[in-house]
Design a protein around this ligand. Structure first.
Ligand code: FAD
Length: 480
């Protein structure tokens, strides 16, 4: 009997229960295992994400080949390709790792229907989290909606986090089915995307793949973890791990990362505890999407229904604000630097993500979904759970609500978290030679106008728009 291991976002060889179980049962029964990734261009996350995906698949393919295995890369309409594979190879069992959000939800539903029709056993394996979602609930049995209690509950149960079987995989023990040539190369859609200059540029900043990801974990733990709590909010310091795309693509299992930090040991250094708390935000985002799947597209807090006008229904001025924001031309240095970093590297520092999201949703009064959409297109780590939670959190309509406090002042934030302007100079050529403390708001300084002449004034008045937003929130409160 042949088992299919269907990969989505778990592009690794270690810590992979779906793959391990298939191999060990095949070894016992002299069965075959096909490991496949289906690429349907209609169901992708975003372009930067797909560029990373291309390299990650090639890396995994090579590593599997080194271990006498093969990764089949199957391109085309998912439903059509999936059923053809099942029928052609008389596959009776499919293993996959459950994934949250779009496009995975749709693909998993399609796979379920196809398997049911054919009497094929479709087995979902644990998703990429520390503890099963159902087991972390409050005393009334409800899911947590605020981070800190969720985190405390998670930490209380941390001893229940299951270790992995670390036995290396062995493909030589299974019966062999050769990978047909048409499935032995990168899907054309991914290949074309990967070869675009923008993708080339972005990927120069990254080392894609499982081995590289673990090297990065080691490097971070050795060299940066001890400063993390202190430095993590300063975008110029590169003090965070930058592991988010590796975690999104499952090159790392988040549980394996957690276990590598020995959190079960009460003497875990405080520095590691600070980082574990940040990793727990990812667990929280996933738990929220699991329990409240509609929040992928609708506000977590129902009272915010209709609060944001869809971008397509807004006037030309708002369309222009959005375009300027995407291009990093709002005239506010910290916002523009963040948007340039995103375009150049496919990644943005967490503090700056909060600031650009706040500017878009609160100062420019644009629907959080439009911002989420641009991030999805341009982030290499674009992730259905983290992205949506981040946007809703900042917009004030999500979990952990506090709409007033997250109306960030991007100038004050810039002065606080990039006091010497290093981050601004790095990403904004027009400010590269600007040494003045006034770099955070050049239009106020009145000095050196030649250096800040391209967008001399912010396109949205920060104070007036702040007031307007507060009035809008006030009106919302009064309506209830
Ligand atoms: P570190 O500080 O080293 O943290 C380690 C890991 O913990 C991260 O890689 C990430 O997996 C997780 N993590 C850290 N902070 C958060 C957080 N606030 N929420 C959820 N997980 C977190 N993260 C994504 O992975 N994908 C996204 O699409 C995404 N979109 C975001 C959009 C907005 C508007 C905001 C405010 C945040 C978003 N985040 C997203 C969360 C966060 O900004 C990134 O995870 C973080 O910047 C990644 O950098 P790092 O790996 O160096 O993080």
């Amino acid at each position: 009997m042949t088992t299919l291991v269907w990969l989505q976002r778990e592009l690794r060889l270690q810590h992979h229960p779906a793959l391990e179980t298939a191999l060990s049962s095949a070894a016992q029964n002299d069965d075959a295992v096909i490991v496949a990734y289906f690429h349907d261009p209609k169901h992708t996350v975003g372009d930067a994400n797909s560029a990373w995906l291309a390299d990650s698949l090639l890396d995994l393919k090579q590593r599997l080949a080194n271990q006498s295995g093969a990764l089949w890369l199957i391109e085309g309409d998912f439903a059509e390709r999936f059923q053809t594979l099942l029928d052609t190879y008389s596959i009776k069992r499919v293993h996959y790792t459950f994934q949250l959000g779009a496009p995975f939800k749709t693909l998993q539903q399609t796979a379920l229907t196809i398997c049911k029709e054919r009497n094929v056993t479709l087995t979902p394996f644990e998703t990429e989290n520390w503890l099963p979602y159902e087991t972390v609930r409050n005393q009334s049995g409800q899911p947590y909606k605020v981070f800190t209690p969720f985190y405390n509950a998670l930490m209380q149960r941390i001893g229940d986090v299951e270790p992995f079987d670390e036995t290396p995989l062995d493909f030589r023990v299974t019966a062999r089915i050769d990978c047909p040539p048409e499935h032995d190369r990168l899907p054309q859609h991914l290949s074309a995307l990967r070869n675009q200059p923008w993708a080339e540029k972005i990927l120069k900043h990254w080392q894609v793949g499982e081995v590289q990801a673990w090297q990065k974990v080691d490097d971070f733990v050795e060299n940066r973890l001890s400063h993390y709590a202190h430095d993590r909010d300063f975008p110029a310091l590169a003090a965070t791990s930058e592991l988010s795309p590796h975690l999104h693509f499952g090159e790392l299992h988040s549980r394996a990362v957690l276990l590598s930090l020995s959190p079960l040991n009460p003497d875990t250094p405080t520095a590691a505890a600070g980082w574990i708390r940040q990793l727990a935000w990812r667990e929280f985002a996933r738990a929220i999407l699991w329990h409240f799947p509609d929040t992928e597209t609708t506000p977590f807090q129902p009272k915010f229904q209709g609060f944001f006008t869809p971008l397509s229904e807004q006037d030309e001025a708002h369309q222009d604000f959005y375009q300027a924001w995407c291009r990093g031309e709002t005239g506010v240095p910290m916002i523009d630097a963040g948007m340039k970093q995103l375009w150049e590297t496919g990644w943005m520092h967490n503090r700056v993500r909060m600031l650009v999201a706040s500017w878009l949703t609160k100062n420019a009064d644009i629907d959080w979904r439009a911002g989420e959409h641009w991030f999805r297109h341009t982030l290499v780590d674009a992730d259905p759970a983290n992205n949506v939670m981040g946007w809703q959190w900042v917009a004030g309509c999500g979990v952990d609500a506090a709409p007033y406090y997250r109306l960030f002042n991007p100038i004050r934030q810039s002065e606080k978290f990039d006091a010497d302007g290093r981050y601004l100079r790095q990403w904004l050529p027009t400010l590269a030679n600007w040494r003045s403390k006034r770099i955070h708001a050049p239009w106020i300084s009145g000095a050196q106008p030649d250096l800040w002449s391209e967008t001399p004034e912010p396109i949205v008045d920060l104070e007036a728009s702040r007031q307007r937003h507060l009035e809008k929130v006030q009106a919302l409160k009064q309506r209830r």
